[in-house]
Design a protein around this ligand. Structure first.
Ligand SMILES: [Zn+2]
Length: 443
């Protein structure tokens, strides 16, 4: 029985086969195939829950659809597909897109069909460019209107452009407001660019250009498949299991025409349409992210960025420790090995350029262990440099951490004289093998 615990490496696998040679040989091939088939079948995962959310209701591209009859046709088209696939959706209303009593009627159709209305603010403001006070007032006005219409509490909130704050303070301000007003953010995990196909679709349809419509439809599905696969993989990798997902769609004519095909593809992919309560109960979705940025990437990319940043900071912290240890054993070669070949070293006595020159400078100033003393380096703050990358299909996602700047306090202590201390700013850049110091300003 001890064999069970053997490591799964090649040697272990070979070993276990040679230790029980009779077992595979005794099973007839056909039975073995059947058993393997059964095992594969048993392992095929249970359908994974997916919440469908639809933003910018009653109609996303107001400018393209001013005719009330067309707005109703699109709404009924979307609702038909949701009914066909038994999708319980959360429908996020942007209140200034409710243009008339007829539009209020459209929102009633959503509620009558059993979907829940959520708050997508009054003016669809960009939080990156709006102060919290103004943004919160805008969100609160919409919440009151939607609650009045629904005759119920508004439980769910969706950030326009998925922008949740470009500073920690803004992130916290909205979280406090949402908690106070008992609204819950519904994160997006399967972010995509479905809205961008509305204009080409409507243009082609109005021209009666069926070839162009078919082309737009193909691109719509290709683009959504790409995004969905990317986010699925990112989330599953982060949590090591198939996590529940939240799909973002918009109230569009192209959606009314293409969702049937999209939902069929999702069902074949192993998804089961589920309620907000079920999907949000997955712990992966209640993971509080602290992503601060100007754009609004999907939740898994936010969590991935946090993980990547934590790892980068840890690596840099370790490198600093290695340097300090090298200094304290009098090893200046190792101490300066982390400097880039073209590093710039700034000190009150001037500028030194290049790793070798930095090493020379240290050798002159600190000829022996006695002169070097004992070094302590306490990081005061570490700032990762993370930007935004845009995917081929136009999605925004955080870049990897390219650099880390470290503000630190240094202190040299000696057995026979007063310690020396000061501040330093060290800039690390990621290279092929890890990290290197490109700039160091010590004072
Ligand atoms: Zn929106």
């Amino acid at each position: 029985m001890g064999m069970v615990a053997r490591p799964r490496g090649t040697a272990g696998a070979r070993g276990s086969v040679s230790m029980r040679p009779m077992r595979p040989a005794k099973i007839p091939l056909l039975l073995l195939v059947t058993l393997l088939g059964a095992a594969a079948h048993a392992q095929s995962p249970a359908p994974r829950p997916l919440l469908v959310t639809i933003d910018d209701l009653p109609i996303s591209a107001t400018r393209l659809h001013s005719d009330p009859a067309e707005r109703e046709r699109i709404t009924r088209g979307m609702l038909d597909v949701l009914r066909k696939h038994k999708v319980p959706a959360v429908a996020f209303v942007t209140w200034d897109r409710v243009l008339s009593p007829a539009d209020v009627g459209l929102l009633r159709l959503w509620m009558d069909a059993g979907h829940e209305l959520g708050n997508h603010t009054l003016h669809h403001l960009n939080y990156t460019r709006t102060a919290p006070k103004e943004y919160i007032a805008d969100a609160e006005k919409a919440r009151q209107e939607i609650a009045k219409l629904a005759g119920a509490k508004v439980r769910f909130f969706r950030f326009p452009f998925l922008r949740e704050g470009d500073t920690e303070a803004k992130l916290d301000a909205m979280r406090a407001y949402l908690a106070e007003s008992a609204q819950k953010t519904v994160p997006v995990t399967l972010d995509n660019q479905d809205w961008s196909f509305e204009e080409p679709w409507v243009t082609a349809r109005r021209k009666g250009d069926e070839a162009a419509m078919a082309r737009v439809a193909e691109e719509y599905h290709e683009s959504l498949h790409l995004d969905i696969r990317h986010h699925e993989e990112t989330g599953d990798k982060l949590f090591g299991r198939p996590v529940a997902q939240v799909l973002l769609l918009h109230g569009t004519d192209v959606g009314a025409a293409q969702w049937d095909r999209l939902f069929t593809w999702l069902e074949q992919r192993g998804y089961r349409f589920a309620t907000a309560d079920e999907v949000l109960a997955d712990p992966a979705l209640s993971e509080p992210h602290r992503y601060v940025g100007t754009f609004g990437p999907g939740l898994w990319d936010r969590l991935g960025e946090q993980k990547g940043t934590a790892k980068a900071l840890e690596e840099v912290r370790k490198l600093i420790e290695t340097q300090v240890e090298a200094w304290n054993r009098g090893d200046l070669d190792t101490f300066t090995a982390s400097y880039a070949e073209d590093a710039a070293f700034l000190s009150p006595t001037g500028l030194t350029r290049g790793r070798n020159e930095v090493l020379e400078r240290y050798r002159k100033r600190y000829p022996d262990s006695k002169a070097m003393g004992k070094l302590r380096l306490e990081p005061i703050e570490m700032r990762p440099a993370v930007g935004t990358e845009f995917t081929l299909v136009g999605g925004a996602k955080p870049s990897r951490v390219h650099g880390v700047s470290v503000a630190a306090r240094w202190e040299l202590s000696y057995p026979d004289k007063e310690p020396a201390s000061g501040l330093t700013l060290i800039v690390f850049r990621r290279n092929r093998d890890g990290w290197e110091i490109v700039q160091d300003a010590s004072m």
